[in-house]
Design a protein around this ligand. Structure first.
Ligand code: GLN
Length: 250
């Protein structure tokens, strides 16, 4: 299964954020500690989004992160005070293409999904009918994550508040786990000033200080401050501030 992370804090280069630390996202791509349901390595591409003076930029590649030397060079020259990134292990039956790699972006928002929708694609046929045909025709890839992202985008306008996005993410998680039981739905989103995440069957940890918040599938460092988030939670975080509430109370 994929691994993802989001960071808010002092300016950092994308490359440093992805590669530094005893257990960085790079390390997690080939030696994850908490892979579930069959996944072994995250070799099906990766991506990063970063906000520099509030403008959102993105880089994605279908090359495994450890093999993308040119990409890593580019990513050492860019950065910001907000970054969201993911390494991908494609769910069986889903294509290994750049456009299936998170983050997906819309306005100031970047999105990643760690998991899969049980019974795909039939289990998403009904919800997908609520989408305008243009959204379906502009889907980035034929994957569960791309459809979930289209549903979320359709529900929220670009300028919707973080609270509205958080409520929509909780609703999407709850609806999907009800209509497709057994799904794994760890979502991660940011608009560059706040991070929203869910835990639904996959692991997630948070490192919080007054200046920094890091939300990641697995701790990226040996820092003792990392706290594990239990299953079934909605997280809204920014430096110095973390709110964790049960998904079933949304
Ligand atoms: N199902 C998604 C995909 O194939 C996410 C994969 C994952 O979390 N391993 O892209």
């Amino acid at each position: 299964m994929c691994r993802h992370l989001a960071y808010l804090g002092p300016q950092v280069s994308v490359r440093d954020l992805l590669t530094e630390g005893e257990h960085s996202l790079l390390q997690q791509s080939f030696q994850p500690r908490d892979m579930r349901r069959g996944g072994v390595i995250n070799a099906d591409g990766y991506g990063a989004a970063w906000w520099d003076k509030s403008a959102l930029h993105r880089y994605r590649s279908v090359t495994p992160i450890w093999a993308d030397a040119s990409g890593c060079e580019t990513l050492s020259a860019v950065g910001g005070n907000a970054i969201l990134a993911a390494v991908r292990s494609a769910t069986i039956g889903m294509p290994v293409v750049e456009t299936a790699c998170a983050p997906f972006i819309y306005g100031p928002w970047a999105f990643s999904h760690n998991g899969f929708v049980a019974g795909w694609p039939d289990s998403l046929a009904e919800p997908a009918r609520t989408l305008p045909v243009t959204d379906l025709m502009t889907l980035e890839a034929p994957t569960d994550s791309a459809v979930l992202w289209a549903l979320l985008r359709h529900r929220c306008a670009k300028d919707a508040s973080t609270g509205e996005w958080a409520a929509a993410v909780a609703e999407l998680t709850n609806r999907t786990r009800e209509s497709a039981p057994g799904s794994r739905l760890n979502f991660l989103l940011s608009n560059g000033s706040q991070i929203i995440a869910t835990t639904c069957v996959h692991s997630l940890s948070v490192l919080l200080t007054d200046d920094v918040v890091l939300v990641a599938s697995e701790p990226t460092t040996d820092d003792k401050g990392w706290r594990h988030v239990k299953d079934g939670q909605l997280i809204v975080a920014e430096p110095g501030r973390l709110r964790i509430t049960p998904l079933n109370r949304q």
